[in-house]
Design a protein around this ligand. Structure first.
Ligand SMILES: C[S@@+](CC[C@H](N)C(=O)[O-])C[C@H]1O[C@@H](n2cnc3c(N)ncnc32)[C@H](O)[C@@H]1O
Length: 352
């Protein structure tokens, strides 16, 4: 059955549905859900991510992970987990870079959290030279220090939206009108349990992702018990205000309710909320840095120099323009932010 028909039937039967339910169906419907049915990532897909743009991204993140391990963990096993690795490109580049600098004294132990069977199959093919363990639940992480990498992961998790009225918060839901999908505000007042919902004015919208809070909190608990670090790279803001939900199809923005299941749905990560959750658990949260600063401090220009040493000027130009896309403030350089969460106040490369 078409996703749109499924959603309309559900609304006819039980009334307006929350945005998170709408997103869950669009993205994960078993039959026609976005992540289960098509090639979503890369030039041929609907959107492109940093590791797909330039190999230097994964290489630098890999070396950042190794540096953290050598400074603060320093065990024989280097445990790296990636959340939602898409096509597996970051892991390929990261492990290649790490393997060049470590010797046999170290074992690389790689775990992947992935929900899409289509992407798991692709990851298995693309990562066939690395020993990888796939998990479907963050609670299955092995009980040792983990270096956890989340690039454009949290933005993909379903959110709810709440709009501030005179008397309190109203949930924005999806309903139908004259046979078409549309948004509506729930009459009921929704009472938040979280302090991030204070100090707003009438008309403000706030987004809240229960899945983000659950997964992030579980990771925090793992860090408290076993040490390690979580590196989050994503587009997002620190104010936590605003309607940021977006639909992208074939590299273009679309209406959220148009052709459900055929576009990628994502939203800006609320870094303020992540900071609050981790701080309440007495974890150390780094500054929130723009992607451009992080990559420049990690040496992306030096890497470009070494990559372009013996290549034609056409290839050198191509490599330079890929890197420009990652660090240009008008492209991904500013919108994308980076934070890390770890046990103690540590000097973290690129984030201090
Ligand atoms: C936007 S893609 C990012 C891919 C990759 N990190 C990159 O930068 O190219 C989101 C990834 O997260 C995965 N994902 C989304 N929700 C998930 C969930 N609840 N559990 C596990 N993986 C999930 C998707 O299948 C996909 O691999």
């Amino acid at each position: 059955m078409q996703i749109e028909t499924k959603i309309k039937d559900l609304i006819d039967k039980s009334g307006p549905i929350s945005l998170s339910r709408y997103m869950e169906i669009c993205l994960w419907d078993e039959e026609n859900g976005y992540y289960n049915s098509k090639e979503v990532l890369g030039e041929k897909g609907d959107f492109i991510t940093s590791p797909e743009i330039s190999q230097t991204f994964g290489e630098l993140v890999g070396l950042w992970a190794l540096n953290f391990h050598q400074q603060f963990i320093n065990k024989k096993r280097i445990c790296i987990t990636e959340l939602g690795p898409g096509r597996g490109t970051l892991l390929n580049d990261a492990t290649r870079a790490i393997s060049k600098v470590i010797n046999e004294q170290f074992d690389l132990d790689i775990t992947v959290l992935e929900k899409s069977q289509t992407l798991i199959n692709l990851q298995k093919a693309n990562l066939n030279n690395i020993n990888v363990k796939w998990i479907s639940d963050i609670k299955k992480l092995s009980l040792e220090p983990q270096i956890i990498i989340a690039n454009e992961f949290f933005d993909a998790l379903p959110i709810n939206q709440y709009v501030r009225g005179n008397e309190g918060w109203h949930e924005k839901k999806v309903t139908t009108k004259n046979g078409k999908l549309c948004f509506t505000l729930d009459n009921k007042i929704w009472v938040p349990s979280d302090s991030i919902f204070s100090n707003f004015k009438v008309g403000d919208t706030i987004e809240y992702s229960e899945q983000t809070v659950r997964i992030f909190s579980n990771i925090c608990n793992h860090l408290i018990q076993y040490d390690g670090v979580l590196l989050v790279i994503d587009y997002g803001n620190v104010s936590g205000i605003g309607d940021t939900l977006q639909a992208v199809n074939n590299h273009d923005f679309k209406d959220i309710l148009e052709k459900p299941g055929q576009s990628d749905l994502s939203s800006h990560v609320n870094f303020k909320l992540l900071k609050e959750i981790a701080s309440k658990k007495n974890l150390y949260v780094s500054k929130v840095k723009e992607q451009q600063i992080f990559l420049l401090e990690l040496g992306i220009m030096e890497r470009l120099k070494s990559l372009t040493k013996n290549v034609s000027s056409a290839i050198a130009q191509k490599l330079a323009s890929e890197i420009k896309r990652l660090i240009d403030p008008d492209k991904m350089g500013s919108l994308f932010k980076v934070i890390a969460v770890t046990k103690n106040n540590r000097h973290l490369e690129g984030l201090s």
